[in-house]
Design a protein around this ligand. Structure first.
Ligand code: ADP
Length: 577
């Protein structure tokens, strides 16, 4: 409104200059109508011209214009100021929602997806949505309002000319839409390709030592270069399409203005009383003000097309199915009392059966070892227990309850997991041990570290328990990392313990320390131990020998040796090595 007022000031201004200003000598009663306001304003100007001369009137008009522009820009600023936290808040919410989803998605989801791509979706794509869809809203929301107000004013000034102008606008709009058509598809391709690129970088950082050791720098660089070129080609196409928005809208808008100048000019020449020259100039000035918001809108259209591509990618995570679901009436389980039973259980990741008709009973307090060749399905078997995956056929029962009927949080609270690769976070020793719990007393952490044979080396670290251990704990040795994982399990104090080759990546020296810590951890607990080295599970109550997805033998060490089957062969091989 204020910018409209400042532009209409051109009419009396030019009227005075051209000496064609109509004089108004009588005011009318005040009313909220354009006619009345206009009339009284003209009366006010006439008064000034008559009493103080036209030059002073020009000054008054100019001051009024500046005041109007001041109001316009101030309100513009205030509007933007208010909307910024709103827009940033939307983006924050999307990020939070994504992170929550990423944490909640089942483990299986990530064997299908590239980690780099997931990272790009959660960062780059969210940013892209922010920059193309939400941040420009600041301008795109007022644009249609501005256009409507300006067009309303134009109608009021001269409806014939305005109808003529309005016919031109949809035509140019259609042309602009035509160009933006394929932009979304091309943009999706671009982001996908960038995702692959990011995955390569991620893998490189993870496997840098291997790349160097195998003299693979050149091959890696070439692989990266090829993908990078692929991405660049796509982006060339996308951006070339996008930059079309600018010349198109500029060319079209200028053409439209010229056509209107021609038509309006001929109206003025025909009859200067229906359209005075100064009104026509003001008309053009206001019309030109429609161009900026129209450009904003057409640019916004292109941006949204591009942004929707990222939107689709983000949605591919948000809409991903959480296959591990908790039933609405899931039961609580506070304690483990009797047994874990694998009942006629079969499982496959994709098409091939990885576990076939498994039947296994683990009673409270027992230590059950799972042994067998690599690839036999040992890890898969234990990964079903905390429901990282769900059985394809058959079931697992805890104290007679199917896992699927239990609250997932309760189920996982019952278990502690120590795997071959110690999973640590870039945080302090203290926080890594206390991971996943809210308020932990220092004595408890120290006590847990002592049980895990970790206290001594932690004390020797530069800042003790407050030392940062680096990405994935890379400032510690393998054995130290593993003992921290064990301390974490000790602190959690779960009734059921799952050890997945917890010592197999360690040297003999640290293995002894870790094994010692593990024995203390397993004391008085039910434990399921996957072991590569058979010597570590000799004492187990039951040893289940897995062969190609089935349990081929089960029993104590002595019984299995007597059995003269696979276990005995494995045992003999290890004795001699
Ligand atoms: P083990 O622990 O005895 O070495 P695993 O349980 O890790 O054996 O693997 C058993 C089989 O399942 C292997 O053939 C392996 O290739 C396959 N496998 C393991 N994880 C996945 C997965 N995420 N997707 C598809 N197949 C998998």
């Amino acid at each position: 409104m204020f910018s409209l007022f400042s532009f209409t000031m051109a009419i009396p201004f030019l009227g005075i200059l051209f000496n064609t200003k109509e004089m108004v000598t009588e005011p009318v009663a005040f009313e909220f109508s354009a006619k009345a306001v206009q009339h009284n304003f003209n009366y006010f100007i006439t008064q000034i011209i008559q009493s103080e001369g036209p030059s002073t009137a020009l000054i008054y008009i100019s001051i009024f214009m500046v005041f109007m522009v001041f109001l316009k820009t101030s309100f513009n600023y205030l509007g933007n100021f208010t909307i910024i936290p709103l827009i940033n808040g939307i983006i924050r919410d999307i990020r939070n929602k994504l992170y929550k989803k990423i944490v909640n998605l089942p483990v299986a989801y990530y064997s299908e997806e590239k980690r780099g791509d997931v990272m790009l979706k959660a960062t780059g794509d969210v940013q892209e949505i922010a920059n193309t869809i939400f941040r420009p809203l600041r301008k795109a929301i007022p644009a249609p309002i501005q256009i409507i107000v300006y067009i309303g004013a134009l109608f009021y000034m001269n409806y014939k000319l305005t109808i003529f102008a309005l016919i031109l606008i949809p035509v140019s709009g259609y042309v602009i839409a035509l160009v933006g058509k394929n932009l979304r598809k091309a943009s999706v391709k671009g982001q996908d390709s960038l995702g692959v690129l990011l995955s390569i970088i991620e893998e490189t950082l993870y496997g840098l030592r291997i790349i160097k050791a195998f003299n693979s720098e050149k091959r890696s660089t070439q692989k990266f270069g090829k993908q990078n070129q692929h991405y660049t080609d796509i982006m060339n196409k996308v951006l070339r399409k996008r930059i079309l928005a600018h010349p198109f809208s500029e060319f079209l808008s200028t053409t439209v203005i010229v056509i209107i100048m021609w038509y309006g000019g001929s109206l003025v020449l025909q009859n200067a009383t229906t359209l005075t020259p100064q009104a026509f100039i003001a008309y053009l000035a206001i019309f030109s003000q429609i161009i900026q918001p129209s450009k904003t809108l057409s640019n916004y259209y292109y941006n949204v097309k591009k942004g929707l591509a990222s939107f689709d990618r983000v949605n591919s995570i948000l809409d991903a199915e959480e296959t591990i679901k908790e039933k609405p009436n899931a039961r609580s389980i506070e304690n483990f009392e009797q047994s874990i039973v694998y009942k006629d259980l079969s499982f496959r990741y994709n098409t091939d059966w990885v576990l076939k008709d498994i039947n296994l009973e683990i009673n409270k307090g027992e230590m059950v070892a799972i042994v067998g060749q690599s690839g036999a399905g040992k890890s898969t078997l234990v990964n079903l227990l905390p429901r990282f995956y769900d059985a394809t056929r058959g079931d697992i029962l805890i104290d007679g309850n199917s896992l699927k009927d239990l609250k997932i949080k309760h189920l996982r609270d019952l278990m502690g997991l120590v795997s071959q690769e110690s999973i640590l976070f870039n945080d302090t020793v203290f926080n890594n041990v206390a991971f996943g719990r809210d308020e932990v007393a220092e004595e408890d952490v120290i006590q847990a570290a002592k049980v895990a044979n970790a206290h001594v080396f932690i004390e020797e670290l530069p800042e003790g328990y407050q030392t940062y251990i680096g990405d994935m704990g890379n400032k510690l040795s393998g054995g130290q990392r593993q003992r921290l994982s064990i301390a974490r399990a000790v602190l959690k104090n779960p009734p059921i313990l799952i050890l997945d080759e917890a010592t197999s990546s360690l040297d003999t020296e640290s293995e002894k320390l870790v094994q010692d810590a593990l024995s203390r951890l397993m004391h008085n607990r039910t434990s399921i131990v996957i072991a590569h080295r058979l010597s570590t599970v000799r004492e187990a109550d039951k040893i289940a020998v897995m062969y190609q997805g089935s349990i081929s033998e089960i029993g104590s060490h002595d019984k299995l040796i007597k059995n003269d089957g696979i276990y005995k062969k494995l045992h003999e091989m290890q004795m001699f090595s």
